[in-house]
Design a protein around this ligand. Structure first.
Ligand SMILES: Cc1cc2nc3c(=O)[nH]c(=O)nc-3n(C[C@H](O)[C@H](O)[C@H](O)COP(=O)(O)O)c2cc1C
Length: 188
């Protein structure tokens, strides 16, 4: 079993990092293997629709995404932790989503999926918004993230949303329930 923990906050030691560290602690305490991806530290080029994946399997770009295709495939699941930026995902997370075009093309153009479509994988989403709750706060993040999990053939089990983080920092009390849900589902 190996879980991917993908953190898309560009800021160190803030709310997303706090959640990441609590998830790490939970997985460690339960002897569950994991890999952490702080995408702020990754060298990633954006998809420029070069056309490579339309003609060949995979992506031609030689950056830190190279291993990700295989790691998505091998993983038992993926836990994404992301801030809301302008009601949407931060740009570098969108970059990751766009690079999944190589997987999309492998399925629907080449009929030779880069990802095992029958493997069971669990997905979890933590989304953090700085403002007090408002109607559209998480809407623009939900849509691409649903697509993200679908593209990597991972079932989105639970999404956890936290607002008002600019006033009230995330603490253990706020996320405790989510950690219990996470563990229960991972162990099943
Ligand atoms: C460029 C930018 C755009 C943001 N847009 C929103 C927004 O649309 N809605 C919201 O609730 N918070 C917004 N925020 C606030 C962040 O979601 C909030 O500060 C969050 O805690 C950031 O996560 P972090 O603490 O892990 O860095 C924005 C912050 C930045 C820097």
């Amino acid at each position: 079993m190996m879980y991917m923990i993908m953190n898309s906050s560009p800021r160190k030691d803030k709310n997303c990092d706090f959640i990441r560290d609590e998830i790490i602690r939970l997985l460690k305490n339960n002897n569950i293997e994991y890999k952490v991806y702080n995408i702020r530290d990754m060298k990633l080029e954006f998809c420029d629709d070069c056309g490579y994946c339309k003609h060949k399997l995979g992506c031609i770009k030689n950056d830190d995404f190279k291993n990700l295709y295989n790691e998505f495939n091998q993983s038992s699941g993926c836990i994404v932790i992301s801030p809301v930026y302008f009601d949407s995902v931060p740009a570098k997370l969108k970059l990751i989503i766009d690079r999944l075009q190589a997987i999309y093309a492998s399925k629907y153009i080449h009929n030779k999926s880069l990802i095992d479509r029958n493997k069971k994988r669990n997905g979890f989403l933590y989304a953090i918004g700085g403002s007090k709750s408002y109607e559209t706060q998480f809407l623009g993040l939900q849509i691409p993230m649903n697509f993200f999990f679908r593209a990597i053939n991972t079932k989105l089990i639970s999404s956890f949303y936290y607002d008002n983080t600019d006033q009230k920092k995330i603490d253990f009390m706020r996320i405790e329930d989510s950690l219990n849900i996470l563990l229960k589902n991972i162990e099943n």
